[in-house]
Design a protein around this ligand. Sequence first.
Ligand code: FAD
Length: 442
Amino acid sequence: MARRIVVVGGGAGGLELACKLGRMLGRVGGNAPGAQDARVSLVDCRLFHVWKPSLHEVAAGTLDIHQEGLSYLMLAHDNGFDFVYGPLIGLDANARSITVGAVYGETGEPIIPQRQIPYDVLAIAVGSTANYFGIPGAAEHSMALNGPEDAERFRLRMLKLMAMADLQKEAKPTAGIDIVIIGGGATGVELAAELREASKVHRNYGFRRLEPNTDVRITLLEGAPRILAPLPEKVSTAAANLLRERHVRVVTDCRVARIGPDRVEDGSGNHYPADLCVWAAGIKAPDLLGQLGLPVVKGGQVDVDAHLRVKGHPDIYAFGDCAACVDADGRLVPPRAQSAHQQADYLLDALRRIERGEPPKQQAYVYKDYGSLVSLGTRSSVGSLMGSVFRATWFVEGLFARAMYASLHLMHHQAVLGTVRTGVLAMARFLVKRATPLVKLH
Ligand SMILES: Cc1cc2nc3c(=O)[nH]c(=O)nc-3n(C[C@H](O)[C@H](O)[C@H](O)COP(=O)(O)OP(=O)(O)OC[C@H]3O[C@@H](n4cnc5c(N)ncnc54)[C@H](O)[C@@H]3O)c2cc1C
């Protein structure tokens, strides 16, 4: 009987691994060498996949979740793996089996019962979640872009608030909407830029009384002296200038102390009105990981060795945001789509060798930093690219940087859909965008 590889988490890393493993090892009756070498299963608590770095576009309405979402059932059918719908809730490492929780319907009725899924090899890539650092009111009064449903919830709330403000405008000239984004990292900066762009488009679709720059007031709060602090100073200066040009208020050295239902308060006693507040100031590993009986580090991520194996568990791997992988220079590999993608490719090779009885992979995983690109709307990006030969850093901006940024999304689609379908889909979306509103309005 074929051995079973179970991948948990169909995100930036896990989905790429499941698709590539399925195509390589899992196809029943396929022609590829080693076909049926292993049965590949993907477990996810959602039914469809949206690439997480594009969630700010979903939140702003510039990306339609219903067009963008890729069904796991379709991907499973096309790539030779099977899909298990439900959340990972338990692990019995001795029995080599995971527990997948029940799935409930809208009224709470159970649709799929709890199940035990046996495995020979387990790869965990469940991503990350918001870290509120215990700030009072943060969990209750702010939204975090943890998944597509959060982004969609934000978008619908924003539309309602804009409709209300538009109605009030004649009677109350100061009516508008205050959006506060906490965290000037890539997520916060990209969201601020995308929201500003969307606010200009909304005006064409009925919100005529709202002046985008003055009535859709966007404030970005950052605790460090500059936004995009981990990136070169030139990148953060360029991003801050672009945001200010677009009437986004950028406040640095601002430590948020408390969040209320309608305002954010910082440590110096300043208040920022907030009809909508987004938390983009930190992530942590899901609490679940600490309950699985696996070793975890202080930040809650699973402790893995240089081969991405969970320490003390040779048959279990963890990668992406949920794994604490120490690089050759002693630093943790950063939680990025780039890392998750590289680690998926590393594991693909390691697992292929195991399943085909080839000598095990000797080489440890090495993170290659190719730089960072930050999207600033549909026509602009800024970032730095790292040369792989001379390790030089190039500053990039404008349309070229935007094209490079878009290509990262396409590369992810290419990994899960293949080249031809990615091309067809990209063309179809380009055409659909010309026949539908530029922002999603329902
Ligand atoms: C708005 C935004 C912008 C970003 N921009 C960039 C960027 O420009 N560049 C970049 O490199 N990175 C960016 N990131 C970070 C990047 O998205 C993550 O680092 C990357 O997605 C991590 O990949 P992953 O596979 O580890 O986890 P994810 O992509 O988060 O996938 C985790 C998967 O696990 C599933 N899951 C979670 N819990 C369970 C469970 N208990 N059981 C079963 N399934 C579960 C989820 O449904 C999801 O499908 C951005 C993030 C955000 C939110």
